[in-house]
Each structure stands twice: as structure tokens, then as C-alpha cells.
Design a protein around this ligand. Structure first.
Ligand code: URA
Length: 257
């Protein structure tokens, strides 16, 4: 009889390739060399943008970067700072353990997330839940899930740069409050936002990047994996790499900043 885990992997279309051959905690301790993100216009030490790019947005950002959870949630729920508020049903703040070791970051809400106000509840969300289960993680249990964009762009169009810019401080403040041990960027939008890089997901996989000192691993977005089944095996490699990295971080063999 198949185990629950085998059934789960089968449901993801990941058998036999996605078979966990080694216990994550038995994997080698040393992680790959860290890769530093390019210099961002955001000066972490000062908690503000570099003087050359200081704008009115700087004050807004600084205010957001001082908010605590209740105020941040209320601010996102009622945000009218970009045109997306006019067409959204619910802003999607993010969900999970506010002290999580693991932070998964996606792109932005789709229709179902917009209706329910929770990230990753549609088809891509089911796959994400199965991916989490495959590495013995569960939404809400030491895991936080958030998006770069909190409101659904109409017709699922890409957010305009000024819309993304308005939303950016919300995610950055969430990360500052959670202080996760490890961030998993799901897809190019998340990676581009957090690493200020335009590189492809393929070229960013398999290395430890850093978002303001926090280790970050890039993998494919679940919605992409639903369309590109053959890349599921690579995403599985990425998840195993993430588990090894988390074990190293807990053991203190990968620098946490
Ligand atoms: N895709 C995302 O990036 N985020 C969601 O919340 C849902 C789908």
C-alpha cells in the first residue's frame, strides 16, 4: 500500500523523480557559497532610500517600516495608494506564523486569492501546499506565505512599476517583522523584487542569495510548474537544497547574515 507521502507526490506528478532519497537532516552540512545581491537603492543601515533617489515615497516607506503587525495589516487591508485598490475585492496580506523560520514569497493574488483574501488558494496554491508537504512543512506551521503585490491586477495583468513600487514596503516590513531564517522566492517577480536583479530563475537557482542578510533561495513559481511539468524535478531539487540550507542554518554551519 502506498504511503500518504507517496500519494501526495503522485498527486503532484512528481513520482518517481520526486522521491526523497535521503533524510534532509542526514544531508551534508556545508552549503554552497553565499551570493550577495546587487546593491539596492534601499540603505538598510539608514532604513531609507539612498539620498540620490529620495522622493516623497521615502516618507511613506519610512512610516510603513515602523509599523507593527496590527497596524500593518490594517494599512494593507485599507490601502488606496495605487489604482489596484479600485478593482480588488480583498487585499491579500499574507498568511502564517509571524515567527516563521520559512518565508515563501509569490507574485500577487489571482482571482481566488482576491475573493478569499488569502494567498495561494487556487490551483497554484494546491501545488504549493503539496510542495510544502513533500518537505514536511505546512501552511501556518513555522511557515509564512506572502506576495510581492497585495492586490490583484485586473485580468491578471502584470502590475505597473508604480503599483509594484507602492506595494514593495509592505513585503519588506513583513520580512523585517518575521525575521525568517530562510526566504524562498517563488518565481521571477519575487526574486527580482527581493534581489533587485533581472536574472532568470534558471540562472538564480541552486545558490544562496541574500535579502538584507537573510539567506534566500530562488525556485520556480507553482503556476509556472503547472504549465511546465518537466521543471517540477528542478523545483524538487530546489526544495531539497532549501531543506539542507535550513538544517545548516540551524546547525550554524551556514552564516545567517
Ligand atoms: N500566485 C501568486 O504568486 N500568489 C498567489 O497568492 C496566488 C497565485
Amino acid at each position: 500500500m502506498k504511503s500518504r507521502r507517496e500519494l501526495m507526490l503522485e498527486e503532484m506528478g512528481l513520482t518517481p523523480v520526486w522521491k526523497l532519497r535521503e533524510r534532509p537532516d542526514a544531508l551534508p552540512a556545508e552549503g554552497p557559497a553565499a551570493f550577495e545581491a546587487p546593491v539596492s537603492p534601499f540603505d538598510a543601515a539608514q532604513g531609507r532610500l539612498q539620498p540620490s533617489v529620495v522622493t516623497d515615497a521615502d516618507d511613506r516607506r519610512a512610516t510603513i517600516m515602523r509599523t507593527e503587525w496590527p497596524e500593518l495589516k490594517a494599512r494593507v487591508a485599507g490601502c488606496t495608494d495605487c489604482p489596484l485598490h479600485a478593482t480588488r475585492r480583498k487585499a491579500v496580506f499574507g498568511v502564517g506564523d509571524e515567527d516563521a523560520d520559512w518565508l515563501f514569497v509569490g507574485e500577487g493574488p489571482g482571482a481566488e486569492e482576491d475573493a478569499q483574501g488569502e494567498p495561494f488558494v487556487g490551483q497554484a496554491g494546491k501545488l504549493l501546499d503539496n510542495m510544502l508537504a513533500a518537505i514536511r512543512l505546512k501552511r501556518g506551521e513555522n511557515v509564512f506565505i506572502a506576495n510581492v503585490i497585495k492586490c490583484r491586477p485586473p485580468g491578471n495583468r502584470n502590475p505597473e512599476p508604480h503599483e509594484a513600487l507602492q506595494c514593495e514596503p509592505y513585503l519588506h516590513r513583513q520580512i523585517e517583522l518575521i525575521q525568517p531564517r530562510l526566504i524562498i522566492a517563488l518565481g521571477k517577480v519575487a526574486a527580482a523584487n527581493l534581489l533587485a536583479s533581472d536574472a532568470s530563475v534558471g540562472s538564480m537557482r541552486g545558490r544562496i542569495h541574500r535579502y538584507r542578510g537573510i539567506p534566500l533561495i530562488v525556485t520556480y513559481h507553482p503556476a509556472y510548474l503547472l504549465r511546465n511539468l518537466t521543471d517540477k524535478a528542478k523545483a524538487w531539487e530546489d526544495l531539497l537544497f532549501a531543506v539542507r540550507t535550513m538544517n545548516d542554518l540551524r546547525a550554524g554551519t551556514t552564516a545567517s547574515s
